[in-house]
Design a binder for this molecule. Sequence first.
Ligand code: BT5
Length: 246
Amino acid sequence: MQSKRMIPKNILRFDVVDSTNEKAKELLGQNAEEGTVILAGRQAAGRGRYGRAWASPPGGLYLSILLTPKERIAQLLSLLSGLPVVRTLRGFGIEASLKWPNDVLVHGLKICGILCEGVYRHDVYWAIVGIGINVVMDPRRVPQDVQSTATSLRREIGGDVEPESVLVALLKEYNDFYAAYVGQGTDRLLTEYRGLCSTVGKSVVIETAKGKFSGNAIDISGAGALVLDSGGVRTEIFEGTLVKTT
Ligand code: BT5
């Protein structure tokens, strides 16, 4: 049975915003509907996690999707939102994989970052899923450190690609992913995640609010934690940044 498509409910397009996630929060105060997508041609102050910046020159896809999952099932949304991005990029023939928690890499370089935020408005829990994908990236318009660690669709495909075709594919994949997430739970999605995650099997260093942890990444737990083994001691890490792999 074909269920009714929920994403996108509508697409609000802007030439430039500070951050599509911030714009989303603004619009939540103005009767925004679930499934609304906020799309910008560029961001003047694009954001990553922990206050980091997201370089957002023209040529990238910068969007936020507004969702209202029940808060009790929202926990894994941030982690698993990398899946529809990987499916989309693979549809373009690109060997994308996931770096825990939700960076999307191609040949070890970052092509997409995801910033999920949860906010309450009038007793409703909203998840704002912010996704940035480098479609075409002019190296002169991104900082040096980003240039050396990032890639773009154009570079990986070795030719031009229309941002609009990436958008259409991504929203279809996200819609299908989210229907499964809400309707079927997370077990199968976590299995898919484990298969696409390039972090598992590596020796890693993770920076967290509680300090640095190092060890062998042996699994992703059912709750989305990265499971480290360090000389037989098992640690589950729920939030952090992978700073080194060997
Ligand atoms: C992320 O943070 O990767 C989340 C990025 C989310 C961006 C989207 S765009 C639409 C929505 N609106 C927003 O304002 N944000 C979301 P994090 O894991 O903290 O990674 C940030 C790091 O990625 C930076 O410190 C740089 O090293 C690197 N970086 C910055 N810009 C990049 C780019 N365009 N491509 C690849 N790497 C980048």
